[in-house]
Ligand binder design. Structure first.
Ligand code: URA
Ligand code: CA
Length: 433
């Protein structure tokens, strides 16, 4: 087999066989196939697309390019959740303890990464003492005992995806549905998931800004999962404005605690209940989505979700008393209100711009070398559709610097107020299974 012939085949719009895809991914991972040929193939895929069979074959070839995590020693069906990313997305912090509290094992491997705020691990590290440096054996033991544990990225998972994603980033080939879908699904499958719930975001703060693109991506991922024996479902949810109120690390931990008590922001709580119901259902802990939802609502009301969160934090060295006393979380030096300049109705809160403002305060990393400030961030006081009076707070800014004029300006430019009433956006657009 020669790579040049396979590039030509794809360029001319033909489907590659599984054998050909395996040859490409093995050769590329080993370094036998150079970047310039892989770039040409990625561009051909960008224009010609891939069939469902090809996309599934590419996913599994990437899964087999490196190590995979064996979670077979954990009892039960391991369901993982993946979100395509957004601003102030606190769902992972809530869903772990919430579904674990009704018996669904959650074995979460997580990262730090770049972005508006830190990753799940950064957020959890705002709990004093909490750490993810545990051995694989300890990780499995903790999941069996408490139904929930979080570990940092270990091993060399999907090296083919790492290499290809970096190449796509500099060759204008990121935005291809089969390439994105296989990239995301390969990582979930390599991390040991038996079943997968996807939260595909759409809107200004999302990777897929248009609803149709988000739906197409969700369909492609659900198709891959079901073809390779991992039950997969997807929700398409709104990311035109940030989810919940808090955007920041410790601030989101506090928001997660409120939500686990059933006292969180309505949108965050609803999305967690919907995603959580799908997780419980796929884990076969309930026989219908309605039953699953009732179990989760009960766990919020009777305190068992919160209790699971405390046990999980303590088991990984964390001070679980922060749950009852969130003032023990890192606190910012300055707390500043952003006051509305006029009466009206909030018509837009541009999610990615709010994320950027939080990053400027230090809540996220702009580069790998940046350090993160766990205490800082933003808490929205109004959401789209809310009425507001001149002088009322739109956002509370938590900062460790007094120099925040640029942050305030960014927020004013991206929180729009209209003189006529505005409808709150739809939270959940679609479900795909
Ligand atoms: N996220 C991924 O992990 N891969 C992509 O290709 C795009 C977004
Ligand atoms: Ca939030």
């Amino acid at each position: 087999m020669r790579m040049v012939d396979l590039i030509e085949k794809k360029r001319d719009g033909h489907a590659l066989t599984t054998e050909e895809i395996n040859f490409i991914i093995e050769g590329y991972t080993k370094g036998d196939i150079p970047d310039y040929q892989m770039s040409a193939l990625a561009m051909a895929i960008f224009f010609r697309g891939m069939t469902e069979e090809e996309t599934a074959a590419l996913t599994m070839a990437m899964v087999h390019s490196g190590e995979t995590i064996d979670l077979s020693k954990i009892e039960g069906i391991k369901v993982d959740k993946h979100s395509t990313g957004g601003v102030g997305d606190t769902t992972t912090l809530v869903l772990g303890p919430l579904v674990a509290s009704v018996g669904v094992p959650v074995a979460k491997m997580s990262g730090r990464g770049l972005g508006h705020t830190g990753g799940t691990i950064d957020k959890l590290e705002s709990v004093p003492g909490f750490h993810v440096e545990i051995s694989n054996d300890e990780f499995i033991e903790l999941v069996n005992k408490n139904k929930l544990a979080v570990i940092g990225q270990t091993g060399d998972l999907t090296p083919a995806d790492k290499k290809l994603y970096a190449l796509r980033d500099v060759t204008a080939t990121v935005n291809s549905i089969p390439l994105i879908a296989s990239s995301i699904m390969s990582k979930k499958i390599a991390a040991g998931a038996d079943a997968i719930v996807l939260d595909v975001k759409t809107g200004a703060g999302a990777f897929m800004k248009e609803l149709d693109d988000a739906k197409a991506l969700a369909k492609a991922m659900v198709d891959i999962g079901n073809r390779v024996g991992r039950k997969t479902m997807a929700i398409i949810s709104d990311m035109s404005q940030p989810l919940g109120y808090a955007v920041g690390n410790a601030l989101e931990v506090k928001e997660a605690i409120d939500t686990l008590k059933g006292e969180g922001p309505k949108d965050l709580q609803e999305l967690c209940l919907v995603l959580g119901s799908h997780m419980v259902y796929l884990a076969e802990k309930a026989s219908s989505l309605e039953e699953a939802r009732q179990m989760l609502e009960k766990a919020m009301k009777d305190g068992s979700a919160l209790e699971t969160f405390k046990k999980f934090l303590a088991a990984q060295g964390g001070d679980a008393s922060v749950v009852d006393d969130p003032s023990k979380l890192p606190q910012a030096k300055y707390v500043i209100e952003l006051e509305a300049k006029e009466d009206g109705y909030v018509s837009e809160i541009v999610a990615d711009a709010v994320g950027t403002a939080a990053m400027w305060l230090g809540a996220g990393r702009a580069t790998k070398e940046s350090t993160i400030d766990l205490a800082v961030g933003l808490v929205l006081r109004k959401k789209v559709g809310d009425a507001v009076k001149k002088g009322e707070s739109l956002v509370t800014i938590y900062s460790n610097s007094e120099q925040i004029d640029h942050v305030k300006q960014k927020l004013y430019e991206n929180i729009k107020i209209s003189s006529t009433p505005v409808q709150a956006p739809t939270l959940i657009y679609d479900k795909i299974s």
